[in-house]
Structure formats: structure tokens, C-alpha cells
Design a protein around this ligand. Sequence first.
Ligand code: PTJ
Length: 254
Amino acid sequence: MRYLRFSYEIESVIPANHPRRKSLLLREKLVEGYRNGLVCDNGLIAHGRGEAFNYLLGERTRRPAREAIKAAAAALLLAERPVISVNGNAAALAAESIAELAKELNCKVEVNLFYRTQERTEKIGEHLKRAGVGEVLGVKDAYARIPELFGERRKVSIEGIYRADCVLIPLEDGDRCEALVRMGKRTIAIDLNPLSRTARKADITIVDEITRAMPLLVKEVKKLKGKNKAYLNSVLKHYNNKRILEESRKLINF
Ligand code: PTJ
């Protein structure tokens, strides 16, 4: 089989009128990220799982996700030390919108990996910088530890996740989400699976595909930036994550 290295080649391979073109191009982006050393092999499996849920959701942003995005924007704007946590899949798929969100919020971006290797951490850091992120934490400064967490994800930057009061965690594993909640941090997950432990443990769960959710989150942050604290707090007060997850679950008809 011919080795399709660049996305412009694959763009010509997938016909413009292919009904699942978007999904196939996204898949290719991840494969490219894998070949470039950003994504781990397990990341490809995780993406496949996400694809299945995305398919069931109709491959579009649904109403509960829009409500969660609004709550997430309010939470991030209210936070004093918000941090965006980035893993291999998130970097490969959404580096530009991560950079844009960080700029809008003036917040920190930290690489935090489940399958951590120093080489991949550095590659992700460089990739994020090329996409426009000013400073990337977690590459050479992951000296702090999340208590009661035993995987590589316990290694965090003291200036970033360790001190954060609100953490955005796209494509997360349940253990760390739980640990961050235990540390008293407000957590915002982006996860296509409304049944996952992360989805259920997070304070706010955006059940949507990351490349759709992130630009919408940036847009919502821009929109809510001019609102006062009382308004932002009232958005959060009326938000109920259990209901959002239940509505999302019904949409995928389990
Ligand atoms: O880069 P690393 O080493 O940190 O590893 C990253 C992965 C994703 C491999 C790691 O965090 C992992 O194993 O994650 P899980 O436990 O498989 O969980 C990933 C979750 O993200 C699953 O619930 C998927 O349904 C969901 N998901 C996958 N792709 C997307 C997604 N959610 C939103 N957008 C996607 N594109």
C-alpha cells in the first residue's frame, strides 16, 4: 500500500463528495500526528472509540453540548488560574484552537500525558508553540505530583495544573479527572462518551468532538467576556451536569 504521508495527498484520495469525508480527514490528521510522534499508538484506539460515539451523535454539536460549552466558558472566565491540559490526541487535532483559547483567557497550557515519554512531551510542546501557544508547561517542569494518583499523569507543573483552580481536560482518563476533582479543582471535560468515568466525574462535560467543541468554546468565551461575574455565576448555578449527560445519552439512544 502506498504510504500517504501528507494530508494534501489524502485529500485527493478521499473524493470531495464522500459522505464521511470530514471524519476520514480527521482520522488522517490523527494518523499524521502518530507518524510525527505526537500521538501514541493507544491514541489511535481512543480515537476509534470517539468516532463510534461521534457517529451515534450524528457528527454534529448537539444542544446539551452547546449548554455545556456556555457553562465551560463561564467557568473559565471566572477562574483565577485556569489551565488547558493537553495530551497527544488533543495536540494533533486541535492545537490552533487551544492556542486561540489560551490567548483569549490569558491562561496556561500544560502537556500532560497518560503514556508519558520525554520525547513525545517535547514534540507536543514544540507543536503547540508552532500553533501559537506562547509558553508550554509540563515539558521540563513537571516536578509536582497529584496526590493519590499513580500513573504518569500525576506529574504536573507547579505553575500550571498543580496550582490551577479550573482545568480543561480534553480526552481524559477517569483516574486523573477524579484526582483533580479531589484536589478541589473545577474540571471541564471534552469527551464524546457520556458514560465514561471522566464524563461522570467532571463538573462540566462537553459531549462533543474536540475539533467542533474547541472553536465553539473560543467563540463563547469571546461572547461572555463582557459579562459581569454575577451573570457568569448564574450560568453556572443553573447548569446541571447530570442532566446534560442524561440528555446526551438519550441522543445516542442507548
Ligand atoms: O497522549 P496520551 O499519552 O495522554 O494518551 C491519550 C489517550 C487518549 C490515549 C488516553 O488519554 C486514553 O487512553 O484515553 P481513553 O481512556 O481512551 O479516553 C479517551 C476518551 O476520549 C474516550 O471516552 C473517547 O470516546 C473520547 N474521544 C476520543 N476521540 C475524541 C474523544 N472525545 C472528543 N473528541 C475526540 N476527537
